[in-house]
Design a protein around this ligand. Structure first.
Ligand code: SAM
Length: 222
């Protein structure tokens, strides 16, 4: 599946050869994912009382955001709630790469269950409490073909300057088309054109303190 899409930095964290950017913070990717994406959408309170909660992640990468979301979901939802998780990815990593990248012991049991089925595109996990859908291809194209509405969005393409395709007006337009009322969005970037692009399609955007070296990040609500 993978032809050296990544290389391993001296600290053991993965970096993209294609985009020359990091997948997550080499200092502490787990904490960054929690802070930017889970806290950014207001999890776990955001799914309180919902039988079904649907998240789209643009840029699946190593699966770190997904595994952390799985963990929080299992700890903070009831057995009759279902998490639907749609993840786009144009350059899927191999099982071996994902296993190596997501090295945190607290995610191991979830990673093992997930990787048993990966790269199947539609899988049921944790006794049906989580349904995962891998949308392989360009995010814009994947969204154009989708009809499932979102309750939350994780925007995790590489930096906008390095990968503008993941931050296009077309993607923002598709996000609006696919958003339920009050759908949340969270992203590590604070780029002005991303904030303006999402505001233009009716997301109410705000800045908050970024993780680590990043001064600010964006989150919002449709
Ligand atoms: C910063 S990484 C994502 C990190 C990831 N969320 C994680 O938890 O490890 C960005 C991802 O976006 C993917 N990507 C880049 N351009 C894309 C596009 N146009 N459509 C879909 N995926 C894309 C890359 O292959 C990479 O896996």
């Amino acid at each position: 599946m993978s032809r050296d899409k990544i290389f391993w930095q001296d600290d053991g964290s993965p970096r993209s050869q294609i985009y020359d950017d990091i997948y997550f913070s080499p200092e502490n990717g787990l904490e960054e994912s929690q802070e930017v994406f889970l806290n950014g959408i207001g999890a776990p309170e955001v799914w309180d009382g919902k039988d079904q909660f649907t998240i789209y992640e643009l840029g699946f990468g190593t699966g770190l955001n997904f595994l952390l979301t799985m963990k929080l979901w299992l700890q903070n939802s009831s057995e009759n709630q279902t998490l639907m998780y749609f993840a786009t990815e144009m350059h899927p990593l191999s099982k071996v790469e994902m296993n190596k990248a997501v090295h945190w012991p607290e995610l191991k049991y979830l990673k093992d269950e997930f990787l048993t089925q990966y790269p199947a595109k539609d899988v049921s996990l944790c006794n049906g409490r989580i349904r995962f859908h891998l949308l392989i291809g360009d995010s814009g194209e994947c969204l154009r073909q989708s009809h499932v509405k979102a309750d939350a969005w994780y925007l995790d393409g590489f930096a906008p300057a390095k990968n503008p395709d993941m931050w296009s007006d077309d993607i923002f337009k598709q996000m609006a088309r696919l958003s339920n009322q009050d759908a949340k969005v969270a992203t590590f970037t604070s780029a002005g054109f991303v904030r303006r692009g999402l505001s233009a399609v009716n997301f109410k955007m705000s800045k908050r303190k970024g993780y680590g070296k990043k001064r600010e990040m964006l989150c919002g609500k449709y």
